[in-house]
Design a protein around this ligand. Structure first.
Ligand code: TYC
Length: 102
């Protein structure tokens, strides 16, 4: 029994410590062609905003050129960017959406 205890070694290396996964900001970019009401719909559909929040963020993009519409881990951020761009293209709008490491 004592021998068994001595044989038990717990290895904890610095590398095995859990790290917080990196987060990414999703940034919506302004353009001169995408209708304002379409952008508001996108913000409600893909970023769970209510009408008031969506209008505020859309107007920030419109007046300042860009705005953050959410912060997510990489897989979710990637999926959302692709969904937004695909939805915009399928409605013939040039809306652009990018992700940036936080
Ligand atoms: N600038 C656009 C217009 O005047 C509206 C717009 C807002 C477009 C936000 C894109 O991400 C955007 N119709």
């Amino acid at each position: 029994m004592a021998d068994k205890d001595l044989d038990t070694v717990t290895l904890i290396s610095e590398k095995s410590e859990l790290k917080v996964p990196p987060l990414y900001k999703i940034v919506l970019l302004n353009d001169d062609f995408t209708p304002m009401d379409f952008v508001v719909e996108v913000l409600k559909m893909f970023f769970a905003m209510n009408e008031e929040q969506a209008i505020q963020v859309m107007l920030k993009v419109h007046t300042e050129g860009a705005a953050v519409c959410g912060v997510y881990p990489s897989d979710i951020a990637n999926t959302k960017v692709n969904q937004v761009v695909e939805f915009a293209r399928s409605n013939q709008h040039p809306l652009q959406c990018i992700m940036e490491e936080n």
